[in-house]
Write a protein that binds this ligand. Structure first.
Ligand code: PA5
Length: 523
């Protein structure tokens, strides 16, 4: 590693307040030349996408998240107008909540319970954590992002006495996602038990005429906001999905959008040396050989950015993890992403990164500004922030000395503008990489398959429960039930379903025996 290689491969954009250092990736001098025609095709693909091509052919949809921060670029005046008017209604709604002209049954809203999952939760969670301030937030944010009853109870325990001042934001683009539907029903029950009217505490963000849209309309919820089919779930942070929770929290959503817009302008550059998203995607290609050979470890040295790695895990893995390419060939593409934060992770898995199996590359996220509060010298002339920097630089060097490669992204501080920039940087890097490896980044057949598989399991549960209810007082092995249902291949599933039902006494099932010799029945 030399100063001259650092200077040669250090991208810095003063206007954005962002630097990207790829000098610790070991590509050879001819790498960029060898990729030039492919990256030029990727720029052309992105250009067509931004102009409204059907960039998601499997779902026959345009891909328009870039228009959210530049409505003037949308392919029709109707779309531009919808984006602008929705932004105005988001701001107006948040202002009315903040000033108390829209309020709960027991007073002005103090809390916001976001109910959503995947792309309808991870962005809002990341932004809330990155930019929130417990003392300064206008509303405190809580999340139901699963169908785990215990998780729901734990969240409700924080809100129980304040439900009448809690606004529920139910988010589902499709409007039919079971986890979100269940979260909504659980929330409804909590309001009902508190003798409150859920509909006076709920808004929906969803596609027009979806199941959720219909429920919200029939039950006369406070308001409904649109999710357009040309915005994907994991790229919806800068649509109503992310902007409403952020605006309710009191964050500067104009700055979020401006940061993303500034990054978009910069990452449209077809001169690769000046395009940080292109540099990033090419480094992913280099590190993984274009086939996901190495994992991407995201290491922000800043507590506020802790959820960035989780957010990126979804953005990247759900977008790039595809079985077939655009020509239908089986390619099993993807890049595994994980991470948390430094220096905390140096006391966890970084031991293995330094010395163990060499199957990853790291992206360090460095934030220059330490804090707003006065500094403390923990040793003469040294602050806690100096230590954090020391750990980042020391780890980066130690990894490189041991042949482990890394990228470093540097920003001045964590502000709405910076967060908007980082979201846009990675959204475009994903789009460019998808072109490089010829896949559709904008559909998610695996997610849909997961939903279908769960519903088949629940159909089986209905049959099993029906059978046992028809034979009260009798006990059966899973195999016997499978035989009776003429479904021998499902004996294991039946065992797992009954094990769960019997472990929850209120469900009314009993288990005798142990392990696979167990018998189940309704006493
Ligand atoms: O990114 C995606 O498309 C998914 O992760 C979705 O956001 C997730 O499945 C939730 O879908 P929906 O918003 O339709 O409830």
């Amino acid at each position: 590693m030399s100063w001259s290689r650092f200077k040669q491969h250090y991208y810095h954009n003063t206007d954005l307040g962002l630097a990207l250092d790829i000098s610790r990736m070991d590509f050879s001098d001819d790498f960029f030349d060898s990729m030039e025609s492919r990256i030029q095709k990727a720029y052309a693909d992105m250009d067509a996408l931004e102009k409204g091509s059907i960039a998601n052919p499997d779902e026959d949809r345009m891909v328009g998240h870039y228009w959210l921060r530049a409505p003037e670029l949308a392919p029709s005046e109707d779309i531009s107008e919808e984006i602008r008017s929705t932004l105005e209604s988001i701001k107006s709604f948040a202002a009315q909540v903040h000033e108390g002209s829209i309020e709960g049954q027991t007073g002005a809203f103090q809390n916001c319970l976001v109910i959503g999952i995947g792309g309808s939760a991870l962005g809002p969670q990341f932004v809330a954590e990155a930019l929130g301030d417990p003392d300064g937030d206008q509303l405190a944010l809580y999340f139901f992002d699963n169908t785990d009853p215990d998780g729901i109870d734990r969240t409700l325990a924080n809100l129980n006495t304040e439900l009448g001042q809690t606004l529920c934001v139910v988010i589902s683009k499709s409007g039919g996602t079971p986890e979100t539907r269940n979260g909504m029903l659980e929330a409804q029950r909590a309001y009902h038990e508190a003798e409150l009217d859920f509909s006076k505490h709920a808004i929906a963000i969803t596609g027009a005429d979806s199941k959720l849209d219909k429920v919200a309309s029939e039950e006369n919820w406070i308001q409904r906001f649109p999710m357009w089919d040309w915005v994907g779930g994991r790229t919806s942070e800068l649509a109503a999905v992310g902007l409403i929770p952020a605006a309710l929290q009191g964050l500067d959503i104009d700055s979020l959008l401006a940061g993303a817009k500034a990054m978009d302008a910069c990452t449209r550059d077809t001169n690769t040396a000046k395009n940080p998203a292109a540099l990033l995607s090419l480094m992913w290609y280099y590190a993984t050989n274009g086939v996901g050979e190495k994992d991407m470890v995201i290491l922000p040295y800043k507590d506020r950015l802790q959820l960035f790695s989780k957010y990126l895990q979804q953005l990247i893995m759900e977008s790039l993890g595809k079985e077939t390419d655009l020509d239908g060939a089986v390619v099993n593409q993807g890049i595994a992403v994980y991470g948390n934060k430094g220096s905390t992770d140096q006391h966890a898995y970084i031991q293995q990164l330094r010395e163990g199996v060499h199957n990853f590359f790291v992206t360090f996220i460095e934030v220059l500004k330490d804090r707003n509060e006065p500094e403390l010298e923990v040793e003469p002339g040294i602050t806690a922030g100096d230590y954090l920097k020391g750990f980042l630089l020391g780890t980066r060097k130690a990894l490189h000395d041991n042949g482990r490669q890394s990228i470093t992204i540097t920003v001045n501080e964590v502000t709405p503008h910076t967060v908007g920039m980082l979201i846009a940087l990675y959204e475009r890097a994903v789009g460019l990489y998808a072109s490089l490896v010829n896949i559709n980044a904008y559909h998610q057949p695996g997610v849909e398959a997961g939903k279908k598989a769960a519903s088949e399991v629940l159909d089986l549960q209905h049959s099993v429960v029906g059978y046992l209810n028809d034979h009260i007082g009798e006990y059966f092995t899973p195999e016997a039930i499978a035989d009776a249902l003429e479904n021998q291949s499902d004996a294991e599933q039946i065992f797992k379903l009954l094990e769960h039902l019997a472990a929850n006494p209120s469900r009314g099932f009993e288990r005798t025996g142990t392990g696979t010799d167990s018998e189940f029945g309704c006493p």
